[in-house]
Design a protein around this ligand. Sequence first.
Ligand SMILES: Cc1cc2nc3c(=O)[nH]c(=O)nc-3n(C[C@H](O)[C@H](O)[C@H](O)COP(=O)(O)OP(=O)(O)OC[C@H]3O[C@@H](n4cnc5c(N)ncnc54)[C@H](O)[C@@H]3O)c2cc1C
Length: 318
Amino acid sequence: MKITEHLEAAKEKTLFSFEILPPLKGYNINSIYENIDPLMEFDPPFIDVTYHREEYVYSEKENGLLEKKIVRKRPGTVGICAAIQSKYGVDAVPHILCGGFSKEDTENFLIDLDFLGIKNVMALRGDAVKSETYFKPEKNGNCFAKDLVYQIYDLNSGKYLDEVIEKGHNTDFCVGVAGYPEKHMEAPSIDKDIQRLKEKIEAGAEYVVTQMFFENNRYFEFIEKCRESGIDVPIIPGLKPIATKKQLSVIPHRFHVDMPDCLIREVEKCKDNAAVRQVGIEWCIQQSKELIAGGVPVLHYYSMGKSTNIQKIATAVF
Ligand SMILES: Cc1cc2nc3c(=O)[nH]c(=O)nc-3n(C[C@H](O)[C@H](O)[C@H](O)COP(=O)(O)OP(=O)(O)OC[C@H]3O[C@@H](n4cnc5c(N)ncnc54)[C@H](O)[C@@H]3O)c2cc1C
């Protein structure tokens, strides 16, 4: 089923879903199942699987020169999605990026998804590769998520890149896009970022999943602004429970989100990471309950490959 159909079927009830990332290359899929199994009792209608593009790794050769290698540390997004759909009978949502994909690569990726019976995709631009400051699209690739959404909806109407195909098979993807309650780091203002989000909806995207946030007001204010600007699709909040002290600096740096002072104080008081995990779980339970009371359609958890804390939160909330 499409995400939009799941939401319609749920009516007023808030659904539970989560995101996983493929294991590092060299591990098998059992680590994924071990994380999904304990969460199945909460009936997730869909599970997102992130996409990880290639990275450049430089190593010094004997002659002192640097050798550039291109590596993908976490391949397997499509395979994991197919495995999830077949093992659990739950819709898997692969993330697809502009970065690292030419439009032709994108089309071929989407054809694979269509043949596998995957109905939903999350369309993202992706970040700059680690060694570069700014995002650079692939030659003949999509520049922004909006362009990727247009390409997916072209395929949904049977329009392929190859003009020889006059009337191709219509795919039927439901497309989600990212939203940023605290604005995307490159956007000059929140209003401009929301205008860009609206362009993704006008291109055809049918729902939004937000970046993590730690203060619900950020989400509620974002919703208000989105609605004022005419965005009327479901906006699913993304939540991440804090699990280590180090995340106090890593998360703001990597995801460009603020943390409230009272959460920082609670984490700083902790003697070890087991205590931090407990603070993170309690904070996330509070956030979740307030968001449910606020009528959100789904609570979408960033599991980062660790389900124990998500299981504890879901037990308290659902
Ligand atoms: C829910 C979620 C899931 C994610 N999953 C992944 C994943 O699996 N893999 C991964 O690598 N990354 C993932 N990301 C990270 C994401 O790829 C980055 O945040 C990326 O920097 C932006 O992607 P986007 O799709 O929001 O880009 P876009 O919507 O294209 O926006 C990027 C920036 O460009 C601006 N912009 C948009 N259109 C224009 C225009 N026409 N002219 C000028 N500026 C414009 C926007 O305001 C924004 O600042 C995820 C993020 C979220 C929130």
